[in-house]
Unconditional design. Sequence first.
Length: 448
Amino acid sequence: MGTDTVRAGAADEAADRRREQRGWYFYDWACSVYSTSVLTVFLGPYLTSVAKRAADADGYVHPLGIPVRAGSFFAYSVSLSVIVAVLVMPLVGAAADRSGRKKPLLAAAAYTGAAATTGMFFLGGDRYLLGGVLLVVANAAQSVGSMLYNSYLPQIAPPEERDAVSSKGWAFGYAAGALVLVANLVLYTGHDSFGLSESAAVRICLASAGLWWGAFALIPLRRLRDRSSPTKEPTAPGLRQLTATVRDMRRHPLTLAFLLAYLIYNDGIQTVISQASVYGSEELGLGQSTLIAAVLLVQVLAVAGALALGRLARTYGAKRTILGSLMAWAVVLGAGFFLPAGAPGWFFVLAAGIGLVLGGSQALSRSLFSHMVPPGKEAEYFSAYEMSDRGMSWLGPLLFGITYQLTGSYRDAIISLVAFFVIGFALLARVPVRRAISDAGNPVPERI
């Protein structure tokens, strides 16, 4: 009887864990539409066009009196958003770990981002400053929300399940992005038949991502559980908390070494995501419908890619699989430099290459890092991780914007990003991940 009770308890615990994991997947389903429809497809080209309408005769806008080339305004806005996030994330992460109450903070971040994204409906005419402000708020909120969401992973999945759970979460997100992009494509290409201008169709697509984010965020907020935490240190303000987080991470130098490699190569990944549509429209002369179809192809293949790389990790280990994906990223960017203008077929080939490595490289990086986080420090450590995640990297967009501002060539800007993958590969290859996991106080999986 006692054995039956233990088995029943274990079965109930497993069922509860599966239910919580399914709820966790739905936050990716909710917020990934923002990354896809807003950040990757519509907002870059649209905000650039709005900034160009507001530009002076020399092609510059002047936010706060600072001369900025209109073609660089979107990239600079992305960079500014990470500065905001860098100040906020360690504070929120430490508060979440100290109190154990992540859900209220996750809700606040999700609905702040969803509201800012919905407000992009009003981005018309020459209101480039409104667009920049809404982008900074939405991007920073998404970063904070994703940090809290990611910090649940080591709590809802034991080590042997973590790669698979992380990969499924990414697959959910890409599936949602593909589904909404189909609707976006129908609305945008048929805007005349719906009685809408092109601008109105784009603004509806932007706002719909915010409504989707807010609606589906209800599912994880109902299913995820808050847990008491052994961390009771007081939370310091802003920069002091960031300093305290980095100081604590110095006690785990191998975790910090992995994070440095990740911040560099993921900076490149996120910059490609946020600037690819600008490159396609401004340098290659491709229409918005072509860009939407290409990103839709990325989303569909990223679902398969995330699951396939998750399976490869079970055979070869997460580290080797990530290293292979970084080599593929460098090859894809090199090919992108030589793409002929006005040739959508080659752009689709490039999109297919990106899709196959995109989801897996991100999902496996998240799960691998989760093994290296000391227990009770999940949100605080993931605040540092999130500084370069989901379009929140700052150095890549800054380099992209500066390169374009100096050369006037988006080809030069895109090829400059290869450096992030080469350096990231070299740094990751030097990290002894098994020792890093052990030093963090966590069990080492049989294959990692």
